[in-house]
Ligand binder design. Structure first.
Ligand SMILES: Nc1ncnc2c1ncn2[C@@H]1O[C@H](COP(=O)(O)OP(=O)(O)OP(=O)(O)O)[C@@H](O)[C@H]1O
Ligand SMILES: [Mg+2]
Length: 240
C-alpha cells in the first residue's frame, strides 16, 4: 500500500484547471520531489493530500485513509508555503502546542535541535527573521514525529548552512523509513534529496522517474537543464 496516493485527480478554481487528472504515489522510505513552474499545481496537490482542499474528481488517500481523517492527520506533518502562525506566541510555546496534538511527539529539545532553533526558543514568532520563521515552520512539521512529511518549498529564505542542515535532517528522516513529498524550485535540492521526481506542468504530470532517468531522457547532465527541456517539449506539444 502506498503511503500517499492521488488517482486521476482534477481540481478547478473557476476558469482555472489547477489539476487536470494527476496520478501521484509516495511509498514508504521514499522522497518524491514534485517539480513544476509557478502555478503548475504543486501546492494544490499538497493541499488535497492534506485534506485542506477537495478534489473535484478522482481519489486521494494517505495511509489508505481519507486525507482529512484523524488516522491520516496523526501520522503526517506539513510545512506549507504560506503558513499562518500567531506572531505573539514564543517559539517554544508554538512547538509545545503543536506537539500536544500528537500521540508520540518528539521531545521539545530534539525538535529544537533538529530545526536549528537553539537560542531563539524564547523569542516571539513575530520578532524572528524570515529564515528563523521558516525553521519554526519546519519544527512544527516534524514535532509530531510523523511517518509522512509534506514540505512545500521548505528551504525558501534559509541561509546556506541552515539549508544544508535541513537537507541532513530530511535525509535522516527518510533513512529511518519516513516518506516525504517535497516541492522546490531548487533543482540542486531535488537532485540531492529525491529518490523520484515528478514534473508537473499546467496541472498535468509530464515526466516521472529518478533524477538520473529524467536527465537521461532529455540527454542533459543537470536536472535544471533537463527540467527546462521537458517544459519546452511540453509547450511544443501543446502547440502541435
Ligand atoms: N484558492 C484558489 N483560488 C483560485 N485559484 C487558485 C487557488 N489556489 C490555486 N489557484 C490557482 O491554481 C493554479 C495552481 O496553483 P498552485 O498554488 O497549486 O501552484 P504551484 O505549482 O504551487 O505554484 P508555485 O510554484 O508558485 O507555488 C494557479 O493558477 C493558481 O492561481
Ligand atoms: Mg506552491
Amino acid at each position: 500500500m502506498p503511503v500517499a496516493e492521488l488517482r486521476r485527480v482534477t481540481k478547478r478554481y473557476g476558469a482555472i484547471e489547477a489539476l487536470r487528472g494527476i496520478d501521484l504515489r509516495i511509498d514508504r522510505g521514499e522522497l518524491l520531489a514534485l517539480l513544476g513552474p509557478n502555478g503548475a499545481g504543486k501546492t494544490t496537490a499538497v493541499r488535497i493530500l492534506l485534506g485542506l482542499a477537495k478534489a473535484d474528481s478522482g481519489t486521494a488517500a494517505v495511509f489508505g485513509c481519507p486525507p482529512a481523517s484523524q488516522e491520516a492527520k496523526l501520522r503526517r506533518g506539513a510545512l506549507l508555503q504560506v503558513a499562518k502562525v500567531p506572531e505573539t506566541l514564543r517559539v517554544r510555546e508554538h512547538i509545545e502546542l503543536f506537539s500536544s496534538y500528537y500521540p508520540k511527539p518528539l521531545a521539545l529539545s530534539e525538535t529544537i535541535r533538529a530545526a536549528g532553533l537553539g537560542g531563539v526558543e524564547n523569542r516571539l514568532f513575530g520578532d524572528l527573521s524570515g529564515g528563523q520563521k521558516q525553521r519554526v515552520l519546519f519544527a512544527l512539521a516534524i514535532c509530531g514525529n510523523p511517518d509522512l512529511l509534506f514540505l512545500d518549498e521548505p528551504t525558501v529564505g534559509l541561509d546556506v548552512e541552515a539549508r544544508r542542515a535541513l537537507w541532513g535532517h530530511i535525509r535522516g528522516f527518510v533513512g529511518r523509513g519516513g516518506s516525504v513529498l517535497l516541492t522546490t524550485h531548487h533543482m540542486e535540492e531535488a537532485d540531492a534529496l529525491a529518490n523520484r521526481v515528478a514534473v508537473i506542468n499546467q496541472g498535468r504530470i509530464i515526466a516521472e522517474g529518478t533524477p538520473a532517468d529524467i536527465k537521461a531522457r532529455t540527454a542533459q547532465t543537470g536536472l535544471e537543464d533537463a527540467f527546462l527541456e521537458l517544459l519546452k517539449e511540453d509547450a511544443m506539444e501543446e502547440v502541435a
